[in-house]
Design a protein around this ligand. Structure first.
Ligand SMILES: C[S@@+](CC[C@H](N)C(=O)[O-])C[C@H]1O[C@@H](n2cnc3c(N)ncnc32)[C@H](O)[C@@H]1O
Length: 365
């Protein structure tokens, strides 16, 4: 698998890498900008790192991380935080090439520590826990295929503190090998469940399976992003124990896909197109996901199920929506004089502040 992967990154790989870069751009400042940092060490762990770029010179994840770090050099210089990059690949040739590529790319050795290893992920995995303790971590697991983030590992990773996870998974593989018990075991899905799902929605099902693994009572946000290449659907799964992480990832998703915030293709339009290929039906389908959410939100507010801006924010985030989808509904309800809600916020930075009292929703009878 992946023989020609590094010849020239394909369009879908570039989508994945763009999302990784966008998230790094949003994630790093949270830890390196505050003068009193949350953690003294920041680790970016890219444990299926490859050689750093493709043969045409397009940057891969390791050089993307260095590019982002370069942009924040000034902050890193002023920050007391130690920044570590962990690059691992089981192929020695990739690690050797990566070292050359990084020397050529250049980086501030006084500001950034790079740790290379050439180990099978399975062997390296037990050490992650210790590396991640007492630091802020971004774990990027860009595996080929599906097998390295199984249920047990996922459960352990999602309980690491101050650790965000982005992993790639070839969701299509579950569809293609739905009768293979070894493959189904990875996510505990039955052949029936997989077969029932349309191919373009398979990554949603995979996300749902991971969601179900989150231990009871453990607060963890998980978001999928589906990437299609022909009839294959791959994707990223993002996970964070902090709402800010999920909010930032969702902002990126919604910039990439204004219709559903979860795919680089028309993940809901296809359904309608098949049933009724009219322009109107497609237009209608495009607004479906947002419209359904907004109507659920309105209902929940009017029924008194969501009584503060904080509750509204969490309700939205858990369903993959953010500020920009909430605000129109709040404005509408206020304009119709159905609710009153003074100075609400639906951004983590404000609403999640423990010192702030959540703004109360008043239903006007
Ligand atoms: C999809 S590529 C990673 C691409 C990289 N993120 C980039 O942007 O260029 C997957 C990498 O995982 C490596 N790999 C495959 N199996 C592995 C394993 N068991 N442990 C560690 N690395 C592995 C491959 O050699 C390959 O370089």
């Amino acid at each position: 698998m992946g023989k020609d992967f590094f010849k020239k990154f394909t369009e879908d790989t570039n989508v994945k890498l763009e999302m990784y870069e966008d998230y790094l751009m949003k994630w790093l400042p949270v830890f390196i900008v505050p003068p009193k940092p949350i953690r003294n060490t920041v680790n970016i762990m890219d444990l299926f790192c490859g050689p750093g770029k493709d043969e045409e010179g397009t940057l891969g994840s390791p050089l993307i991380a260095l590019k982002v770090l370069k942009e924040y050099e000034g902050y890193i210089f002023r920050s007391p935080v130690t920044v570590n990059l962990y690059f691992n690949d089981k192929e020695q040739k990739h690690i050797d090439q990566l070292k050359l590529n990084i020397e050529e790319f250049g980086y501030r050795k006084d500001l950034i520590n790079i740790h290379y290893s050439c180990t099978d992920f399975e062997e390296l995995y037990p050490t992650i826990n210790q590396l991640a303790s007492n630091s802020a971590n971004l774990l990027f697991l860009d595996q080929f295929g599906i097998k390295y983030v199984n249920q047990d590992k996922f459960i352990e990773i999602c309980q690491l503190s101050v650790t965000d996870l982005i992993f790639f998974i070839s969701s299509t593989t579950f569809k293609r090998f739905h009768n293979d018990k070894n493959i189904n075991q990875i996510l505990n899905l039955t052949s029936d469940e997989i077969q029932k799902e349309e191919f373009y929605k398979i990554h949603r099902l995979v996300h749902k399976a991971y969601n179900s693994f989150i231990p009871e009572g453990h607060s963890y946000g998980l978001a999928p992003f589906s990437i299609r290449k022909g009839t294959n659907v791959y994707g990223l799964i993002f996970g964070s124990g902090h709402p800010l992480g999920l909010e930032k990832f969702l902002d990126i998703c919604w910039l990439k896909d204004e219709t559903t915030g979860e795919a680089n293709f028309d993940i809901q339009g296809d359904v309608k197109l098949k049933e009724q290929p009219s322009l109107f039906a497609t237009e209608e389908a495009k607004t479906l996901k947002i419209a359904v959410f907004q109507s659920q939100l309105e209902d929940a507010i009017l029924k008194g199920e969501l009584t503060s801006d904080l509750q509204i924010y969490i309700f939205a985030l858990n369903r993959g929506f953010t500020n920009k989808h909430i605000k129109p509904i709040i404005s509408k309800l206020k304009k119709e004089k159905k609710i009153d809600l003074k100075y609400p916020s639906f951004k983590c930075g404000t609403v999640w502040d423990r010192k702030r009292t959540p703004r109360v929703v008043q239903i006007i009878k």
